[in-house]
Each structure stands twice: as structure tokens, then as C-alpha cells.
Design a protein around this ligand. Structure first.
Ligand SMILES: [Zn+2]
Length: 284
């Protein structure tokens, strides 16, 4: 059963359960949105689904309606894909940035992680010959022979052009798939250790010089990168510059909206962050 309410498509999933999903002309609910909805269905705290005590949240961006970001959502088609493996509570955090990746990168897949079971769809994705998976994880915690700091030669942007097709390795036809563990650091380590189906794939470790260049450019002081920043770095390695820059600019605008909402301040949609995001838009 479908019905409309305040611009949302309400999908009735059985007696007493309504799940709000964003319904706009261009955007169907993405993978992280669907994962969140299914997590909310199992929630015993119904206020979570309705935005909690601080006002109703938009189902499209999770912000309170006065600070909705949906009109600014950029979509950048990429050859690379992203596979998010998410700790269960990450999907519920309004500040989770895996959501932003799914907003921007159409081929974003998302799965909830559990120690005792693995989604058959995740295994099918990892076995799909269309993709070359890379597990993105710090190399210092991994056997050195698995660790790479650049994409495999076929995916390295500098190696791809000019090569005759028959000289390229078989992986040339595969699309890079970045597996990101969207979790706190202790959880990410646990997911990495206790997911044997990831063991067969190379570990892409972001090199310290990449990270420090990134921090300088972004004036970041702390050591922690959020999931969408890691995704932006990976997309940059794959030569997807527009997607990488868009994801960074979108994170900045999201953070601005998120913090303004928390502090009950109005957003200035003409500030430098919004202008930068608009400047990156593809011509229609
Ligand atoms: Zn919204």
C-alpha cells in the first residue's frame, strides 16, 4: 500500500508499521536509507523514526525540516562503486556520513554487519566479476603482502590511457569497488578481523602522505577522517576527481546544516561552502 503525506511516499509494511522514505522526482531511497528504514522498523524506540524531541526530521537527509539539505544533493555518476559495511547503530546516527556517499555516488551498496551472519547479497556483490573489491583499512594492522597504497595497475588512472586493450590485465575491465567499514575504530577492527569473506581482497591503505596532504588542504587538525572523507580520497585515487571534490564539498555543507540545526541557527545558503558545492555541479 502506498500513500502520500507531506511529499513522502509512505510504504506500509504490514499492520501498524509505516516507513517514511524520501520520494522526489529524481531520487528513490538509496542503500543507506533503506538500511536505516529496516533498522528503524526493528527499533523499539518509535520516537527515533519521528525525529525525536527536537523536531521532525526529513527522511531524505535526516536533518530537521527547517535545515533540510535535499535540494542541494549532488549526484555524480562514477565508474567506481562503494560498498559500505555498517555497524548497526551507524545507520541510526543522523551524523553518519555513509549516507552522504550514497547520496552522491549512485553505485553505493550498504550492508549491516553482524558477527554471526552475512547478507547473501553482499557475498554476491563481492563475487560479481564486474567489480574489483578493495578493502579500505589502515595497512599497519594487516599482513604486508595484502597491503597496497595505490589501485591495482589496471585501475590506476595514470596507467590506463594509451595502453592497447589487449595489453591490459584482465582486471582492466572490472570496476573498482571500495569496501568501507562504516563504524567506530574499535568496531571497524572487529569487522575487519571477523569477516573472513574479506580476506581474499587487497587492502587499500591510505598512505600517510596522502592523509597529511588532505589534512593540510582541508585545514583538519585531528587524525580522524570520517567515512565520506575516506571515500573521497579513494575516488581521487581512482581518478574520479569531480566525485571526490563534490563529496568533500557536500560534507562541508551537510556539516554546516547539521551544526546550525543543533544550535538553532539559520543556514546561510550564500556562504562560501554552499557556493563551492554549487560551482561543482555538472551543467544540466
Ligand atoms: Zn531533507
Amino acid at each position: 500500500m502506498h500513500s502520500f503525506r507531506r511529499g513522502m511516499l509512505i510504504i506500509s509494511n504490514g499492520p501498524g508499521i509505516d516507513v517514511d522514505v524520501p520520494m522526489t522526482k529524481n531520487h528513490l531511497p538509496h542503500a543507506v536509507s533503506r538500511l536505516r528504514s529496516s533498522r528503524l522498523e526493528r527499533s523499539t524506540r518509535p520516537f527515533l523514526a519521528r525525529g525525536g524531541p527536537h523536531g521532525e526530521r526529513c527522511a531524505g537527509c535526516r536533518l530537521i525540516l527547517s535545515h533540510c539539505l535535499c535540494a542541494l544533493r549532488p549526484v555524480v555518476p562514477t565508474r567506481a562503486g562503494v560498498c559500505l559495511i555498517m555497524a548497526e547503530h551507524e545507520t541510526l546516527k543522523p551524523s553518519n556520513t555513509g549516507w552522504l556517499i550514497a547520496d552522491v555516488v549512485p553505485d553505493t551498496m550498504a550492508f549491516g554487519w553482524a558477527r554471526t551472519e552475512v547478507a547473501p547479497a553482499l557475498l554476491a556483490l563481492l563475487a560479481d566479476q564486474e567489480w574489483q573489491p578493495y578493502v579500505v583499512f589502515p595497512g599497519e594492522f594487516v599482513a604486508p603482502e595484502r597491503v597496497i597504497t595505490q589501485l591495482l595497475p589496471a585501475h590506476h588512472p595514470a596507467d590506463a590511457p594509451g595502453q592497447p586493450p589487449d595489453a591490459r590485465p584482465v582486471t582492466a575491465s572490472k570496476r573498482p569497488l571500495f569496501i568501507l567499514l562504516d563504524a567506530t575504530w574499535p568496531e571497524a577492527r572487529k569487522i575487519f578481523k571477523k569477516s573472513p569473506y574479506l580476506n581474499q581482497f587487497p587492502v587499500l591503505s591510505l598512505a600517510p602522505e596522502q592523509l597529511s596532504r588532505y589534512r593540510l588542504r582541508r585545514s583538519r587538525r585531528d587524525d580522524h577522517l570520517c567515512t565520506s572523507e575516506v571515500a573521497a580520497l579513494c575516488l581521487g585515487l581512482a581518478g574520479e576527481t569531480l566525485a571526490a571534490q563534490t563529496l568533500e564539498a557536500y560534507l562541508d555543507v551537510f556539516t554546516e546544516h547539521y551544526l546550525c540545526a543543533k544550535q538553532q541557527l539559520k543556514v546561510d545558503s550564500e556562504d562560501a561552502l554552499h557556493q563551492r558545492l554549487r560551482a561543482l555541479r555538472l551543467p544540466a
